[in-house]
Ligand binder design. Structure first.
Ligand code: GTP
Ligand code: MG
Length: 195
């Protein structure tokens, strides 16, 4: 039996103060192009819930989705978009940090790391920052389908090691092929459950 995760787009907010009230929230963070919006669509079993950008770096707002049964999920702007100016990147980073520390209902972040290439320097900085700020997080590796089956175990171990977590703690998903989605849906619902 698969767990449904019904998402409905609510709003794109420029900042924390403009987000709608919620009982509990989970956010999806990661560098631009890692697959945040694709993952939300896959979790929702829809191609249209979140916009998948043909141009990376498009999602600059906090895109908020209501979860059936209670709570919200926020698709965060991707960091590390190479074509952005230094100033723009610094501004995004401030907005991101403001959201992560300022959203009282935030139960946890899903930090997406590209499963094909492993954590980048920016991903590792983000992990260190999350740990320092005391924001609970789960590491979600994306693009499982892009790694050869014979290389997956090793890749998972390396990725987990670089992130400072156990291999079993990594959620490795493919939005394209539907791999690992049920386990992650369960995690999202667990995070959003009333306390
Ligand atoms: P920004 O909104 O720019 O921060 O990017 P994003 O993290 O939301 O990435 P997005 O979901 O837009 O996906 C970026 C690219 O990766 C798209 O071309 C997707 O089709 C591709 N992609 C995402 N998930 C997968 C996956 O599981 N497998 C494969 N093969 N490609 C994927
Ligand atoms: Mg996106």
């Amino acid at each position: 039996m698969t767990t449904p995760l019904t998402l409905r787009f609510v709003t794109s907010a420029p900042d924390v103060a403009s987000l709608p009230p919620t009982s509990a929230e989970v956010c999806v963070a990661g560098r631009s192009n890692v697959g945040k919006s694709s993952l939300l669509n896959a979790l929702a079993r829809s191609k249209r819930v979140a916009k998948v950008s043909s141009t990376p770096g498009r999602t600059r707002l906090l895109n908020c989705f209501e979860v059936e049964g209670g709570g919200t999920v926020v698709d965060l702007p991707g960091y590390g978009y190479a074509a952005a100016s230094k100033q723009e990147r610094a501004a995004w980073r401030r907005r991101l940090e403001h959201y992560l520390t300022g959203r009282e209902e935030l139960r946890g972040a899903l930090l997406l790391v590209d499963g094909e290439i492993g954590p980048t320097r920016l991903d590792l900085e983000m992990l260190t920052w999350l740990r320092g700020a005391g924001v609970p997080f789960d590491v979600v590796a994306t693009k499982h389908d892009k790694v050869k089956p014979s290389k997956r175990e090793r890749r998972k171990r390396d990725l987990a090691g670089a992130c400072g977590i156990a291999p079993a703690e990594v959620y490795w998903v493919s939005a394209e092929k539907g791999v690992g989605l049920d386990r992650l849906r369960g995690r999202v619902l667990e995070l959003l459950a009333p306390r």
